[in-house]
Write a protein that binds this ligand. Structure first.
Ligand code: GYE
Length: 320
């Protein structure tokens, strides 16, 4: 009897381990109720991404449950919890920061709702694609940072005093864009990153941080911004201080927004490595493949272009 109980306990454990390693299935049907839990809407990138999901809701026959966390990871957690409570079929989530959204991802899985991470990821040592969530759809942020550094290295006389404006603290693009750029620049003996501070991916915060850093580092020759909005903010701060962006200070950044392409055309911004926000069609295809039982890769990688003065004018009209 005792042995039987022990065997039963072990069997139950095995079953529950097996179940917890498995992703929730997604039934094949014509219409899905799909949650999209946006992080914030204070920049053109986020607005373009939301529009892409809204447009896709029409073409992919989704009933879209849309929330906007207004820049708060805590609100985004609550938004995901409310989608779970509503029993949506699937959740598309750009986790604002890597750690705080983890429990929400695991709760969705426990509730039988597949989660697709979109544009940002969670801590890979805690939650895994193919086990806890279906996949991460997005760019290679380390590569984006590296490409920004490579452009700088190719367009510099070799000696630079660099200020770095980081994205949202604890977010995967901020972590990885920093790593890609800093590692590439570390190999250049004449280039020094003298300050690195968060501007939260926001234009006005970028402007304020640049204003402050200009006081302590008036000898700055390069600004590396983790996104275009902060680069535009930095251009405003530099101009207000009588500096000439593009002449005495070189700016490099990431995203490929319309304002950034215009700043390249105007000679103020050197390069913007693209980070494409048009995830709706990718989300539709990935979800259909998952429902059909096709193998979905752990990373659905988005390929990004690079915009410089050589091609900015060709793309500015289509930019967001
Ligand atoms: O670069 C930035 C936005 O997560 C890739 O988030 C995205 C980033 C994008 O706020 O502009």
């Amino acid at each position: 009897m005792r042995l039987n109980t022990a065997i039963a306990t072990v069997a139950a454990l095995l079953v529950s381990t097996a179940a917890s390693a498995e992703l929730p299935a997604l039934e094949k049907k014509d219409q899905y109720t799909v949650g999209f839990a946006q992080t914030e809407s204070n920049n053109p990138w986020r607005i373009a991404q939301t529009k892409s999901f809204q447009d896709t809701a029409e073409s992919c026959n989704w009933n879209l449950v849309y929330t906007d966390a207004a820049g708060s990871a805590a609100k985004q957690v609550a938004d995901v919890d409310s989608m779970i409570a509503q029993g949506v079929d699937a959740i598309f989530l750009p986790p604002r920061e890597e750690q705080p959204l983890l429990p929400a991802v695991l709760r969705a899985k426990a509730a039988g709702i597949p989660v697709f991470l979109v544009d940002r990821s969670v801590d890979a040592s805690v939650a895994k694609a193919g086990e806890d969530y279906v996949t991460f759809m997005g760019s290679d942020f380390i590569d984006q940072g590296r490409r920004a550094a490579e452009w700088l290295i190719a367009n510099s006389d070799g000696t630079e005093v660099i200020v770095e404006l980081e994205g949202t603290t604890g977010s995967s693009p901020a972590n990885d864009r920093k790593k890609g750029f800093d590692d590439a620049v570390a190999g250049q003996s004449g280039m020094t990153i003298v300050a690195s501070q968060s501007g939260d991916f926001a234009r006005d915060k970028g402007r304020q941080v640049m204003e402050t850093l200009l006081q302590s580092h008036p000898d700055v020759t390069v600004v590396y911004a983790h996104n275009d909005e902060m680069a535009i903010g930095a251009i405003q701060a530099l101009e207000a201080a009588g500096r000439k962006p593009g002449e005495d200070v070189t700016l490099v950044s990431i995203d490929g927004t319309r304002d950034a392409l215009q700043a390249i055309i105007d000679g103020k911004l050197g390069v913007s490595v693209e980070s494409a926000p048009f995830f709706g069609p990718i989300a539709c295809d990935t979800m259909k493949a998952y429902a059909a039982g096709d193998e979905v890769p752990a990373w659905v990688k988005v390929e990004d272009r690079i915009f410089t003065k050589e091609n900015a004018a060709d793309h500015v009209a289509d930019a967001y």
